[in-house]
Each structure stands twice: as structure tokens, then as C-alpha cells.
Design a protein around this ligand. Structure first.
Ligand code: SAM
Length: 220
């Protein structure tokens, strides 16, 4: 199992009904079922082709009736509400759109590929309790956000931008991600043809990142 898949799966809580949305190959639902983390798992994908891959990996579980494949957008049309939902490998805006449509599940594990700040702002706005919110590295960088529907404290603006866990306990992975972006911004700022407006935007972002990395390095 790839390190990314392993890390994501390590955050899956025990539940009765699990759903792996955008399951593609279905490895994560397979993990949940084989580890006995849930009684049954819905695997959904908007692409029939992708769902076929999962159906072939999970053939035995589907035959036993503990895995139910559904070709759908997000969680639309499921016959019951899952206790725990995993959405990994999609953009943050898409994750928010899916959760807005279905309602926030009792427990969730989310791994946005882009715009994690949209996911954090959404969860914070709805009072969710975020128990994990950090960046990890497996070749590239990934954000992992897990928690429960209720009981959370609102996020600050900085926490929304960078992740509460990253700010409270900064990791090497998080620091290296910031430094890589800083390097990219410095390179972009050397381009002479940059408009004044874009130059200002890049400068502001760089100043913000430098403030965060300086604060982290002072604490290390
Ligand atoms: C990059 S794959 C991620 C697969 C797996 N979840 C993972 O993290 O390794 C994204 C999958 O999400 C599916 N997908 C995209 N938008 C979706 C939606 N709105 N509802 C269900 N599945 C969706 C795609 O068809 C694709 O199979």
C-alpha cells in the first residue's frame, strides 16, 4: 500500500456505515473492511470506469453484501446515511460542494489535493471538531483533515490558511512545503514582465509565508 494511502487510512475511525467517495481503485474501502473498521462500506465514484476498478478489487466483499458500489456524484442517492465519510484525492472546492449537498457526516476524513483552506473554512463555519489537520509528504505534499460534525472551536484566519495542526506542531513536511513555495515566489518575482498588481500579490504571499516560517524556526 502506498504511504499516502496508509496515512489516510490510519485516520479512519471505527463506524457502522462507511463511505469512500471518489473511491477510484477502492483501496481505502478495502482497508476499512479488511481491518474490520466498519460493518459495511459504500464505494462511490462519478466515473463508471473508476468504479469498475474498485468493484474488481472488492469483488469478494461485494458478493458478501458488505460493500455496495454506487456510481454517483458524491453521496447522492445512497439508501442510508454513512456514519463516516472519506473523501480523498479531490480538490477542496469539490469536497465542500459534496458535503454541502449531502450534509456533514458524523465523522470525516478528508484529503484535499488543492485549496485545503476552503475545506477548513467550511468546517469551521459549521462548528465541526477538527481533530487532525496537518501536511504530510509522500513524494509531493498532502493535507489531511479529519474530525467530527460537532464540538469544534472556530478557526482563526491563519489556521484556515495553513492548518491548525501545522501551526500548533509544525512538522518538517510542512516547513519544507512553505520553503518550496517561498522559493517559487522569489523566482516568479524576478520576471521583469510581471504586472504591478501581480507583483504586489506575490510579494504579499511571500511576506506571509516568511512570517510563518520565521515563527516556526524561532520555536524549533
Ligand atoms: C484522484 S482519484 C482519488 C482516488 C482515491 N480516493 C484516492 O485518494 O486515492 C479521484 C476520484 O474521484 C472521482 N470523483 C471526482 N469527482 C467526484 C464526485 N463528485 N463524486 C464521486 N466521485 C468523484 C474520480 O472519478 C476519481 O476516481
Amino acid at each position: 500500500m502506498a504511504r499516502r494511502t496508509e496515512i489516510i487510512c490510519s485516520h479512519l475511525p471505527r463506524c457502522r456505515v462507511f463511505a469512500d467517495v471518489g473511491c477510484d481503485h477502492g483501496y481505502m474501502a478495502q482497508y476499512a473492511l479488511r481491518q474490520g473498521l466498519c460493518e459495511r462500506a459504500y464505494i462511490t465514484d462519478i466515473s463508471a470506469e473508476s468504479l469498475k476498478k474498485a468493484e474488481s478489487h472488492l469483488r469478494r466483499e461485494i458478493e458478501r453484501g458488505v460493500c455496495i458500489p454506487v456510481c454517483t456524484d458524491g453521496l447522492k442517492g445512497l439508501p442510508e446515511t454513512p456514519d463516516c465519510v472519506l473523501i480523498a484525492g479531490m480538490g477542496g472546492a469539490e469536497i465542500v460542494r459534496i458535503l454541502e449537498g449531502s450534509g456533514i457526516p458524523g465523522a470525516f476524513v478528508l484529503q484535499p489535493m488543492a485549496n485545503p483552506e476552503k475545506v477548513r473554512a467550511f468546517l469551521s463555519r459549521h462548528g465541526c471538531l477538527v481533530t487532525e489537520d496537518y501536511t504530510f509528504r509522500d513524494g509531493r505534499w498532502y493535507d489531511l483533515i479529519a474530525g467530527r460534525r460537532t464540538g469544534g472551536e472556530p478557526y482563526t484566519e491563519f489556521e484556515i490558511l495553513f492548518g491548525r495542526g501545522n501551526l500548533r506542531a509544525p512538522s518538517e513536511a510542512f516547513l519544507s512545503k512553505l520553503k518550496k513555495e517561498e522559493k517559487k515566489l522569489r523566482r516568479q518575482l524576478t520576471v521583469p514582465a510581471l504586472s504591478a498588481k501581480n507583483r504586489e500579490k506575490l510579494r504579499q504571499r511571500l511576506t506571509l509565508l516568511e512570517a510563518v516560517t520565521d515563527a516556526i524556526e524561532e520555536d524549533l
